[in-house]
Write a protein that binds this ligand. Sequence first.
Ligand code: 13P
Length: 262
Amino acid sequence: MHHPTRLPIIAGNWKMYKTPREAIDFVRTLIPLLEPLSAAERVICPPFIAISGVAEALAGTSIKVGAQNVHTQTAGAFTGNISAPMLQGLVDYVIVGHSEVRQYLGDTDAQINQKVKAILAHGMKPIVAVGESLAQHEAGEAAAFVHSQLRGALADLPAESIAEMVIAYEPLWAIGTGRNATGELANTIIGGIRHTVAAMYGDDAAQAIRIQYGGSVKPGNMAEFMMQPEIDGALVGGASLNADDFAALVRIAIESKQHDGR
Ligand code: 13P
């Protein structure tokens, strides 16, 4: 049975798509579609440069804004970077540990842990992304690897902030490939993630934290994921760039969780 206090959360990770102008136009299309769907939390994560325009366009709506990354430090000689105090007040959520940031920018679990601490210290909520490679998946190492990622990324956090956080399980082999995990497999790994959180911060925190699936989520497979009791939402790339698809994902999430006996 799905935990009654876990509001489904669907986040659109736009990655490096949409200029600031395109972002605002898109959000104006999105607002009337998403605003009525308040039985799920809806989060838009545009590129940094579009965040303030998007936040302004969304002011007065129930749709939240997120960033796609943040620096570990609050300020300093770090050319090209954005810090938590710069995002504070503009966004509610910050994605950290996305596999593309781990791969192309070399983020380690220790750095992700520092980023999580910076986000929490500045009143925002982290969406911590974890997931195994294709080779690890095929070697049956997914659960163990994700466990080790979480041990690092979630180390030494204030216990009271765990319930506010979101974890996204995104198997690398499913991202942008059109090859999604099955609902059952994702539910098993996500149940394991909840176990790890329980071991680190106790059962209450583990039952409260929301855990998303990500990787080739589309309207056609959304119900398969959202019918699973451990899965609380989705982190969506490609399908979040289409307003009708994104709204459909939110609608399916709400319907699926209602069928889950709530
Ligand atoms: P796709 O939905 O395009 O597979 O991307 C998933 C993702 O990486 C979201 O963060």
